[in-house]
Design a protein around this ligand. Structure first.
Ligand SMILES: Cc1cc2nc3c(=O)[nH]c(=O)nc-3n(C[C@H](O)[C@H](O)[C@H](O)COP(=O)(O)OP(=O)(O)OC[C@H]3O[C@@H](n4cnc5c(N)ncnc54)[C@H](O)[C@@H]3O)c2cc1C
Length: 410
């Protein structure tokens, strides 16, 4: 696009930058409420954190275990039911095309008294009571657990992340643009409102509400607009571990004698077939400062300790670095909940902190839209026409880490 060609202007009630869980959910809520809302994605939907997440819709279990009760665990306790409603097609967004991979998350203990005591204490402290179940009723990987291992089913669904991103984006396309190439997206704050420049598409996107939901990308967008200090961001690195081969299905946390889960394992499907364990929890926290070979050796020992009855002889292992991007919090700790912060008139930056909090981000964005854009006028069709006239390109859903090219499997 030449310098002297004026940008084509598309006006909407809201423009969102970033198509991870926060941006897509917020866009779907705005559309459902009748606002003309569009979204611009730089790479692929969910690239960054969402596609790397373990897909557990936490209801507070982990935080109770970690001793972080209070307001945080009360707010998060409401999230599983909102997600369940969406997954069953009776909620605020329609995820009926992306059924949960499991209605529950498992919690199991190492054999031994201390772990059993921890498991029982956590179970008592929870609002949504986990149900103690027999190993034979649990996910496949736990069915061979010896008698000394306690197994609980937590009412926390595990979602199919890629299908969830696909279902959300299907509900809001057209109106979803992919802005790769030189210049990407530029935020243009103003005294009465903000706009977005998309030089590669020759577009200027205007709206009373501009929402930055670009995860880690928020930092550069804000600093290029001179707003870095208005909403500082922190990164908390993780090095996740993957094991593929003959692994049985499992979605859950193993607790030992300490209050933090020893590991959290969820199970994905590889594009070329077969199952993959996606391993996080304490292993991934510690892994952030370890070399890949050291981490794989450590993870193999820890997983063998948590699941000694599983034969891991025919598995291949790899790792994946990813940063959690959040609003800055004192001491670099995880923020207590989602953050949606107005950084300039009509411009907010948001970080959900957890996938599970997407519904809460949606509420906060709707409040912002009601304040800035007033009652929706149902101009959705005009926005769709404008976006459709561009002929795409529409962003694809990101690839799961284990299907990425260039991984070394050992
Ligand atoms: C390993 C891991 C496991 C996790 N597991 C869980 C879990 O089990 N349960 C849970 O509740 N939470 C979990 N989380 C947290 C959760 O994944 C995140 O809080 C959430 O996905 C963040 O979503 P987001 O939409 O803000 O960001 P992202 O998912 O990072 O999405 C940002 C989007 O913006 C796009 N983008 C970036 N820059 C630009 C730009 N300049 N212009 C346009 N687009 C841009 C990116 O391509 C991307 O699509 C986990 C996180 C990690 C890292």
């Amino acid at each position: 696009m030449g310098r002297d060609v004026p940008a084509r202007v598309i006006r909407a009630d809201a423009w969102i930058v970033g198509g991870g869980i926060a941006g897509l959910w917020a866009c779907a809520r705005l559309r459902a409420a009748g606002y003309a809302a569009g979204l611009v994605e730089a790479r692929a939907l969910g690239a960054g954190q969402t596609i790397a997440s373990q897909g557990i819709i936490h209801g507070g279990m982990k935080y109770t275990l970690g001793g972080a009760g209070g307001a945080d665990s009360k707010a998060i306790a409401r999230m599983p039911e909102r997600w369940r409603a969406a997954l069953e097609g009776r909620g605020e967004v329609d995820l009926s095309g992306a059924p949960a991979v499991s209605p529950t998350t498992m919690l199991w203990t190492l054999p031994g008294l201390a772990a059993r005591v921890i498991g029982a204490a956590a179970a008592r402290a929870l609002r949504a009571r986990p149900e103690r179940i027999e190993a034979r009723e649990a996910h496949e990987a736990l069915r061979g657990a010896p008698a000394g291992v306690r197994v609980y089913a937590l009412p926390e669904p595990v979602i199919d992340v890629a299908r969830t991103l696909g279902a959300l984006s299907a509900g809001i396309a057209p109106g979803t643009l992919r802005a790769t190439g030189p210049g990407g997206v530029r935020v243009e704050p103003g005294s009465t409102g903000a706009a977005l420049g998309v030089p590669a598409l020759g577009l200027r996107l205007e709206a009373p509400c501009v929402i930055l939901a670009a995860g880690e990308g928020n930092e550069a967008l804000l600093s290029e607009a001179g707003l870095g200090a208005a909403a500082p961001m922190q990164r908390r690195p993780l090095r996740m571990v993957m094991a593929r081969g003959d692994v049985p299905e499992l979605h859950g946390h193993c607790v030992g004698a300490s209050s933090t889960p020893l590991c959290t394992i969820t199970t994905g499907r590889a594009a070329e077939g077969g199952a993959v364990w996606w391993i996080g929890g304490e292993i991934a926290e510690r892994g952030a400062t370890m070399s890949e070979p050291d981490l794989i050796a450590h993870a193999q020992r820890e997983v063998a300790r948590c699941l000694p009855w599983i034969d891991l002889a025919r598995t291949r292992w790899s790792t994946w670095m990813v940063n959690r991007a959040e609003a800055t919090s004192p001491g670099g700790k995880r923020p207590a909940g989602p953050v949606v912060r107005e950084v300039a008139p009509g411009l907010v930056a948001c970080w959900p902190t957890k996938l599970a909090y997407a519904p809460e981000v949606g509420d906060m964005v709707l409040e912002f839209a009601a304040r800035r854009a007033g009652k929706p006028e149902g101009r959705d069709a005009a926005l769709d026409d404008a976006a459709a006239a561009l002929g795409g390109p529409h962003p694809p859903v990101a690839t799961y880490p284990w299907d990425s090219e260039g991984l070394t499997w050992t």
